[in-house]
Design a protein around this ligand. Sequence first.
Ligand SMILES: Nc1nc2c(ncn2[C@@H]2O[C@H](COP(=O)(O)OP(=O)(O)OP(=O)(O)O)[C@@H](O)[C@H]2O)c(=O)[nH]1
Ligand SMILES: [Mg+2]
Length: 177
Amino acid sequence: MCLVIGPTGVGKTLLIKRLEQASSASKKGSSYIFNDLPSTIPTVGTSLVNVSVNNRFDVTLRELGGSMGPIWKNYFKDIIGLMYVVDISNRLQVAAACIQLLTVLSANNLPVVPVLLVFNKTDVPDKFTKSEIESLFRLSEIVKHCGRQVEQVDVSACTGQGVGDILKWLEQNCHGK
Ligand SMILES: Nc1nc2c(ncn2[C@@H]2O[C@H](COP(=O)(O)OP(=O)(O)OP(=O)(O)O)[C@@H](O)[C@H]2O)c(=O)[nH]1
Ligand SMILES: [Mg+2]
C-alpha cells in the first residue's frame, strides 16, 4: 500500500481519481488528457483505491484526509511508498505544509520507503515558482538528510499534466510489494 497525504484541499482525492482514469485516457508525453473535472469533497478519515499502474500491476493507494494530520503516523505501518502532496498555489498553506512534511519524515515509525513530493496545481497562474519552492522547502537538504529516496514531480490534477510521472514513479517504486 502506498500512502497519499498532505494538507487539506491540496488535491489528493482528485489526483487519485486521475490516476484511476489514466488507463482509459489519452496520453501526451508525461501528461494525460482529461475532458471532465470530477467534483470532490473533503476526505473524512481514509479512503482506499486500487489503481492500475500502466496496465502492469495494481497498487492500493490510501488517502488520509488533511484534517487527520495529527494521526497520519498511525497509518505508517506496512506502507511501501509515501506520496506527499503540496498545493503550490496556496501561498498561506505552503510553509505549514513544509513543517508538516519535516514532521512526517522525522517520525521514528516511518519505514524506509521511497517518498514522492507531488507539487500540485501547476495550472494556477499565481503559483509559487520552482525556485521559491526549492528554497522554502530546502529541498536539497531534505533529499540529502532524510535517509530515504526522495523524488519530486510537478503536476496538475486538473489538467492531467505530470500524471504520467506519478505512474512512472509507482511503476518503479511500488512494484510487486
Ligand atoms: N486548479 C486546480 N485545482 C485543483 C487541482 N487539484 C485539485 N484541485 C481542486 O482543489 C480542491 C480540493 O481537492 P481535493 O482533491 O478534494 O483535496 P484533498 O487534498 O483530497 O483534500 P482533503 O481530502 O480535505 O484532505 C477541489 O476543488 C479540486 O477540484 C489542480 O491541479 N488545479
Ligand atoms: Mg481528499
